[in-house]
Structure formats: C-alpha cells, structure tokens
Ligand binder design. Structure first.
Ligand code: SF4
Length: 54
C-alpha cells in the first residue's frame, strides 16, 4: 500500500518521523505559493488524487 511517505509532496518532520508535511504548490490567478498541511507518515495515499510516486 502506498502511503504519504512514498509521495513526492511528503516531507518528514525532523523531530517526529511519524508526522510530516504535505507540501502542495497552489496556483491562483494572482500568485503561486506552497502550502504545507500536516499529515501522518503512514496515511493511506491510495485515495489521494495528488499522490505522485517519489
Ligand atoms: S496527502 Fe496526498 S499529496 Fe499529500 S503527501 Fe499524502 S499522498 Fe502526497
């Protein structure tokens, strides 16, 4: 099963490897930026439409 840790957008936390950030590039009409959302390392990625294999 693929989990968030197998995803290009996942960045593990230094202090707690069971947690990480899902970092997504967001583009709106005026600007593009990165948005980080906390996720669990072992979260099931099969239902995530943004999953990209590392
Ligand atoms: S939530 Fe989706 S896009 Fe974010 S790290 Fe997990 S699988 Fe990747």
């Amino acid at each position: 099963m693929a989990t968030c840790k197998d995803c290009k957008s996942f960045f593990a936390r230094e202090d707690d490897r069971s947690q990480g950030d899902c970092v997504m590039r967001v583009v709106d009409p005026r600007q593009a930026y990165y948005q980080a959302t906390p996720v669990e390392t072992e979260k099931d990625a099969s239902k995530c439409s943004s999953f990209q294999k590392k």
